[in-house]
Write a protein that binds this ligand. Structure first.
Ligand SMILES: *Cc1c(COP(=O)(O)O)cnc(C)c1O
Length: 377
């Protein structure tokens, strides 16, 4: 927490607005819109809820298909299933690890010939890194398919100087506890289509028709953010630039210390984009490194350091068994390779340099241990 959160919470208490309406919500929405350059924003209970509302607004229903990045957290795709629609998973490309324009083109072409284009494409900005929107949006516009940008991890990032989350017809952010700013749990849906956002507000508050009695014509949700949590969000948003700087510095220090090791490749950054480096991610080429990503993870976990593989691609999840996957390469899937070789290192904005040095030393130690076992040293 930054300190200012309590001030906004106190204001909500003083005004007795302990409800999913109130000044903090209105202001948090205005502040996010202003910060990102979106025309409008709707504060909701989670990033997942924001995706669900966008799909619901686009009238996605049973029998429809929705394309979705494969290398992501399950929350990107779950709302597709809530709507009864079928997710089709699109592979990553090497420059950003995000949705491959090549794989998307294959998938759209296939769907077009099949006479069944997707009703939406959900594009994820992984670990803060923006996807290649020039190429991806050209394809989606060509086929007339709306885009939902899952910017849950990329608030504070930009692509060609424009804020991450504002490239799709709808963009979503998450304020879950692990994200770059948090309200403990919460999310935001942004768009330039203000009429659509009014409809989102309606859907998020049980779809109550404008009548004095309680009247409902469509199914709605109870998805609004609390005025208390919006107060936390306002305090947090004031710290976003500092946090982006902190996380980028963490990334740079890991890179400086670990990239001299053989076979270590850090997640790249497009020269036209600036990532918030939500998490520092890298891959290990086992042949060059002499050690696997798993051995490094084991070393870190043994010393009580929380590190993880990169997201397990959704097309590999038991939950989505049998769903289509379009890969970047002819025969191999890049997201599968990234999963098998990738590591996310501790990257919290408040990580101290001595804590970070501890992580670095254990990564180095796992390389030495592997060398010793081979009897080279
Ligand atoms: C965290 C996250 C979500 C879900 O956000 P919640 O606020 O936790 O519901 C969706 N997509 C991605 C890529 C995420 O990292």
């Amino acid at each position: 927490m930054t300190g200012n959160e309590q001030k906004y919470i106190a204001e909500a208490f003083a005004g007795n607005w302990i409800a999913p309406v109130g000044e903090n919500i209105d202001e948090f929405e205005n502040e996010i819109a202003e910060y990102t350059g979106a025309k409008g924003a709707v504060a909701v209970s989670s990033g997942t809820a924001a995706i669900h509302l966008a799909l619901s607004l686009l009238n996605i229903k049973r029998g429809d298909t929705v394309f979705c990045s494969s290398l992501t957290f399950v929350a990107t795709a779950n709302p597709i299933v809530y709507q009864g629609a079928e997710p089709v998973f699109i592979d990553s490309e090497p420059d950003t690890w995000n949705m491959s324009p090549l794989a998307l083109e294959k998938a759209l072409h296939y769907a077009f010939l099949d006479g069944k284009l997707p009703k939406a494409v959900i594009i994820v900005n992984l670990y803060g890194q923006s996807a290649k929107y020039d190429e991806l949006l050209t394809l989606c516009h060509h086929y007339g398919v709306p885009v939902i940008e899952d910017a849950a991890e990329s608030l504070g990032s930009s692509y060609k100087g424009i804020s991450s989350g504002t490239f799709g017809d709808f963009g979503i952010y998450s304020f879950n506890g692990n994200k770059i700013i948090t309200t403990s749990g919460g999310g935001m849906l942004v768009s330039d289509d203000l009429a659509a956002l009014d409809k989102v507000r309606y859907l998020a508050t049980q779809a109550r028709d404008p009548a004095i009695h309680y009247q409902h014509s469509v199914v709605g949700f109870n998805y609004r953010m609390s005025n208390i949590l919006a107060g936390i969000g306002r305090g947090q948003l004031q710290a976003i630039e500092k946090r982006v700087t902190a996380r980028r510095n963490i990334f740079d220090y890991y890179k400086e210390q670990l990239s001299p090791l053989p076979g270590v490749y850090f997640m790249p950054e497009l020269n036209v984009s600036r990532t918030n480096r939500w998490l520092t991610a890298l891959t290990i080429n086992q042949k060059e490194a002499g050690v696997t990503s798993n051995q490094i993870l084991k070393m870190l976990i043994k010393h009580n350091i929380e590190a993880r593989p990169v997201w397990k691609p959704l097309h590999m999840q038991p939950l989505f068994k049998g769903h289509k996957h379009f890969s970047h390469f002819e025969k191999e899937s890049l997201s599968e390779q990234l999963f098998h070789t990738g590591i996310c290192l501790p990257s919290g904005s408040n990580l101290t340099s001595s804590e970070q040095m501890r992580v670095i030393n254990y990564v180095k130690e796992s390389f030495e241990e592997a060398l010793n076992k081979e009897g080279i040293v």
